[in-house]
Design a protein around this ligand. Sequence first.
Ligand code: HSE
Length: 407
Amino acid sequence: MVAVAVLGYGTVGSGVVKVIETNHDSILKKTGVDLQVKYVLDLREFPGDPVQEKLVHDYDVIINDPEVRIVVETMGGLNPAYPFTKRTLEAGKCACTSNKELVAKYGTELLATAREHQVSYLFEASCGGGIPIIRPLRTSLGADVIDEITGIVNGTTNYILTKMSEEGLEFDDVLRDAQQKGYAERNPEADVEGHDACRKIAILSSLAYGKRVDFTDIYTEGITKITSAEVCYAQKLGMAIRLLAYSHMDVENDGRVTAMVAPFLVAKTDPLYFVNGVFNAIFVHGNMLGDAMFYGQGAGKDATASAVVADVIEEAQTLGRSVMSEWSPEKQTMQPVAETEKQFFVRVSGNADDCGEVKNVFGAVSIVQADLDGEYGFITPVMTEAAYQECAAKLEGQILGMIRIRG
Ligand code: HSE
């Protein structure tokens, strides 16, 4: 029997207890691991819930019990998740988590602590919820040099963008509806401003490229400026708007990494076009593999808990050694976003018949009309972000919106 403690009995924590208890026999049969939840730490009481028998309010009970070999951190946030995880690893116990905020900020340090103490720190559920992506990067794709990861890694924003497109609604209305249905948090900032996706692509990029990608170095733009007008133009172009978390390593040249989170126009020929609602998908390119895409439930109690318990199983099977993916603490050199090239879709006020100034400034643009009063759109030639900003400044006051186009 392997005794497990769960820190936090919220959505994911209660899901972890449910998965371990519901699937106990199946896990035992398939993997030979007999998992038992011994403690659940939470400040609250849960009268009437069988978890009450395992409930503790003092973390020291867990850390001082030598029978507990694995601690699942599903508290979220940094405090006390960070000190509790650090102490767990220092006590020679394995830890696993779905907490991307913690992994993005303290992952490098916690991985080193785990290695030092011959235990593992796993976080499959921190990116893509229930979709296996971190373990495949470490195992199945271990033979490849990965040079691109592009993901729809935030279910809330993908739900909002899908609804805006399907129902022609404005951002605020869909956000309210998503909050009522429980698809968006009451404080949606981390999701709609792209911070959640930013942390996820920082973790995936650190793993894929082997050096620490600092999330604060990643250019991040959310979806709050997307309106029904942008959606109209996207439909006219036969494209979809998706919040992409993108990173690319220039393996051939200097190994610099470009990373960004922003809304992009995605063509119908791109598999990411078909990722709708709360689903997530992560596209990976490897030098031998070519393209692969991982698709599925990117959030939600049971799916996320399933990924956490997969980590618990691996840790139980490998007690006494570190099996986790790691990256070097050395900071990854990033290519400034200003140097990166792409095409831009731009909305401007005025009439397409008078697009002379736009052409003078941007060169050979293609005009896009969506029958919206007093405005039209155009697609720029491929240009750097810096060149785009320079040109856009010349049309100051006329530009109503801009979305990048996925190449
Ligand atoms: N808020 C996140 C999302 C939850 O919407 O994808 C899963 O990380």
